[in-house]
Design a protein around this ligand. Structure first.
Ligand SMILES: NC(=O)c1ccc[n+]([C@@H]2O[C@H](COP(=O)([O-])OP(=O)(O)OC[C@H]3O[C@@H](n4cnc5c(N)ncnc54)[C@H](OP(=O)(O)O)[C@@H]3O)[C@@H](O)[C@H]2O)c1
Length: 228
């Protein structure tokens, strides 16, 4: 049984991660952004779910909520994210720069801030580990001009987490990135190829079995290595 912190647990992949982890008997802290969402999520997933209420861009709130956890945290999953401005407002020639900045704040900077905020709790564990949900759209192996704010934010979080993996390797804390595929959620839409429950189950298995040998790498939700 592990203690797991999941950001963005109120819906989508995050909620399915929380549901799957609870079903396996783990202790689950799920982050949401309001007390109302905390109450709703406990109604949906059961009272074993322990909500944390913070916006991932609010570093004071992250610190406050992390400090409420007295024991060790074994697994942190940085899942919260946004797609960014409307498609016609995030091309290289027509960019909503405020929206681009918000996308970077939530998708790139916040996962590092959350990781730093929960690091004291992860260090209390003998098996602390960090997973960050990135995207296939971060890949540098092909080029496209659409959804550049989102693509750039995920490419940047890959680099940030590769750096964090290197910094935490001497402490024995693995840090990896996850490519969840195209998933049926509010973000992925109803036509997406993958069921959020299946993807969450795969990510959870990766989290449970993660070793330092895998640190700094990018994995598909199903466990195969993914190209950056
Ligand atoms: N779905 C896909 O096909 C797909 C593909 C590749 C990568 N991903 C990535 O997978 C992760 C989860 O995506 P999803 O499809 O489950 O998205 P989703 O259904 O849109 O859910 C997004 C989650 O992130 C939370 N969130 C957004 N901004 C936040 C903030 N500032 N502070 C705290 N929480 C915040 C949301 O909370 P609220 O309910 O409070 O808004 C919600 O719980 C994201 O990182 C996404 O980029 C998804």
């Amino acid at each position: 049984m592990s203690t797991i912190v999941i950001t963005g647990a109120g819906r989508g992949i995050g909620r399915e991660l929380a549901r799957a982890a609870l079903a396996k008997g783990h202790m689950v802290y799920g982050s949401v952004r309001s007390e109302a969402d905390a109450a709703r999520l406990r109604d949906e997933l059961g009272s074993a779910l322990m909500p944390l209420v913070f916006d991932v861009t609010d570093r004071a709130a992250i610190a406050r909520e992390a400090a409420t956890i007295a024991g060790p945290v074994d697994i942190l999953i940085n899942n919260a994210g946004i797609i960014g401005p409307e498609p016609e407002k995030q091309s290289p020639l027509a960019m909503d720069f405020d929206g681009f900045a918000e996308t970077l704040a939530i998708n790139t900077i916040a996962p590092l801030a959350v990781s730093q905020g929960f690091l004291p709790t992860l260090r209390r564990s003998e098996h602390g580990r960090i997973l960050t949900i990135s995207s296939q759209m971060s890949s540098m192996t092909y080029r496209k001009a659409d959804q550049i704010a989102y693509r750039a934010s995920k490419a940047a979080v890959n680099k940030v987490m590769q750096g964090l993996a290197t910094a935490l390797e001497p402490d024995g804390i693995p840090v990896i990135l996850i490519n969840p595929g195209w998933v049926r959620t509010d973000m992925g839409g109803p036509s997406a190829a993958l069921d959020a429950g299946d993807v969450a189950a795969g990510i959870l298995t990766l989290a449970e079995t993660l070793t330092l040998a895998q640190t700094g790498r990018f994995f598909l939700w199903s466990g195969e290595e993914s190209a950056f």
